[in-house]
Design a protein around this ligand. Structure first.
Ligand code: CO
Length: 465
């Protein structure tokens, strides 16, 4: 028996613990060592890394990916992709989604883990087809289910979803428990049920330590036949992050289960990140709140990234005293929205609306545009029935949401033309245009900076000569 490891320190671990603020320079020295570890894959891109590179770190996300690729030629590089949302917070046109996947593979991605926040699989179809179209030898299309608990989410429903992912043509299936609320009992029933239904297709479990259950849940999942587990090197593990790589490796050895990991290498990786962790604690980037165990999340179903973002937003607004009230408002907002899984962009949508409800002091006095669009059906089909009262308030009496994938018919290339026109000579590649399409303001700011820096460099060289 074998269980393989996906190392998350470069993406989810740092996204969950330090709001994705780890610059490339911080982890560059360890990449060639990580390349020898024997991971199933290294999750290093996608999720919030793209946005964060442009917005906070003055980095080109594509260049980051190419540098990781060059430093880790032997390792499968993995990204998380939000289906039709790509790495942003809205639905993009099909031609944009296709080009994004093409460029991701071209710049070095091997494993594309694709999910839709609502598990509306119409929203992951284009990304899957593009992955297949541009696939290289090592490319893996991983169909991902956003796991949550609610009156409308049953084991039978999840098994049905897995069957659908298999028939769509995905290579592997990932259960994504972003809030860390999957119990050992649930893991056992789910994984056994799924294995029975889909045979030998590899199953991956992604969870978080937020509630303290992850080690138990992963252990049960392994006993039930899971093939790959997501872990983070110890220094960047636990709390809102993943379980520790070295700890799980040790436990598996005791079980007599092989993992392909090289013990010396994973220990070196951990030693490398220890002082970085201390640096993040000292600078305040790593909040002790993110490192602890929060069993309240079992009630609120709040994923790690959402928690650290809420803490950051409320701290900015000097309203941390409203934290508990905002947390308590989340389940109510979620019920009104038909129990969406709390994952990007739904986690932000529900989190921000809960914070707004609490700060304003009246529920839905201010409704965000995102929530309005959600009720219009722009994100897909809600998993359960939504609040009729809120629906009427947003859509007007007698109106119902448009039950369709609104971008279906738009394959026009208009986004690229717009980006070209807006950027002019700031854009020097298709990747630049794509950055702009995804995050216009942030990309333009980054590209202007880049041009200035290049201009300075040129004049400096001339002076020197
Ligand atoms: Co996660």
């Amino acid at each position: 028996m074998k269980v393989k490891f996906t190392e998350t320190v470069l993406r989810d671990a740092q996204q969950s613990l330090i709001a994705t603020r780890m610059p490339f320079a911080d982890f560059e020295p360890i990449l060639s060592e990580m390349d020898k570890a024997g991971y199933y894959s290294v999750e290093c891109w996608g999720g919030a890394t793209f946005d964060s590179c442009l917005r906070y770190l003055d980095e080109d996300p594509w260049e980051r990916l190419r540098k990781i690729r060059a430093a880790m030629p032997n390792t499968r590089l993995q990204m998380l992709l939000r289906g039709q949302n790509l790495l942003g917070y809205k639905h993009y046109h099909d031609d944009v989604v296709e080009k994004f996947v093409e460029l991701s593979i071209k710049n070095g991605i091997d494993v594309i883990r694709i999910f839709d926040a609502l598990n509306d699989f119409r929203n992951i179809k284009t990304a899957l087809e593009a992955t297949k179209k541009y696939a290289g030898e090592r490319t893996v299309a991983s169909g991902c289910i956003s796991y949550t608990q609610s009156p409308v989410h049953t084991v039978e429903k999840y098994v049905e979803m897995c069957k659908e992912l298999k028939s769509m043509g995905f290579d592997t299936i990932c259960l994504k428990d972003m809030a860390g609320t999957m119990s050992p009992y649930e893991a056992e029933h789910l994984i056994k049920g799924i294995k029975d239904a889909i045979g030998d297709m590899p199953i991956i479990l992604h969870t978080h330590c937020t509630t303290g259950m992850a080690y138990m849940t992963i252990t049960k999942a392994i006993e039930s036949g899971v093939d790959v587990i997501d872990t983070a090197t110890s220094a960047m593990s636990n709390g809102t992050s993943q379980p520790a790589t070295e700890t799980m490796f040790y436990a598996l050895q005791q079980y007599g289960i092989d993992s392909d990991l090289n013990e010396d290498v994973i220990n070196k990786v951990n030693d490398f990140f220890k002082p970085l962790k201390q640096k993040y604690i000292d600078s305040g980037l790593l909040n002790p709140k993110s490192m602890g165990t929060d069993s309240q999340a079992l009630v609120y179903k709040v994923p790690g990234g959402m928690l650290s973002n809420m803490i950051a937003n409320l701290t900015d607004m000097k309203a941390m005293d409203k934290f508990d009230a905002a947390l308590a408002e989340i389940p109510a907002v979620r019920k009104d929205l038909g129990y969406p899984p709390l994952v990007t962009p739904l986690s932000q949508m529900v989190g921000n609306q809960a914070v707004t409800n609490v700060i304003v002091g009246e529920r839905y006095k201010n409704i965000s545009n995102e929530v309005k669009n959600y009720f219009k059906g722009e994100y897909g089909i809600a998993p359960g029935p939504v609040s009729k009262e809120l629906e009427e308030k947003i859509l007007g009496a007698g109106n119902s949401p448009t039950d369709c994938r609104i971008e279906d018919s738009k394959r026009t290339g208009e986004e690229f033309a717009k980006a070209k026109e807006a950027l002019g000579d700031l854009a020097t590649s298709e990747e630049d245009l794509m950055s702009y399409i995804c995050f216009p303001q942030q990309a333009e700011k980054y590209l202007k900076n880049r041009k200035e820096k290049q201009a300075n460099k040129v004049s400096y060289t001339i002076v020197k000569e």
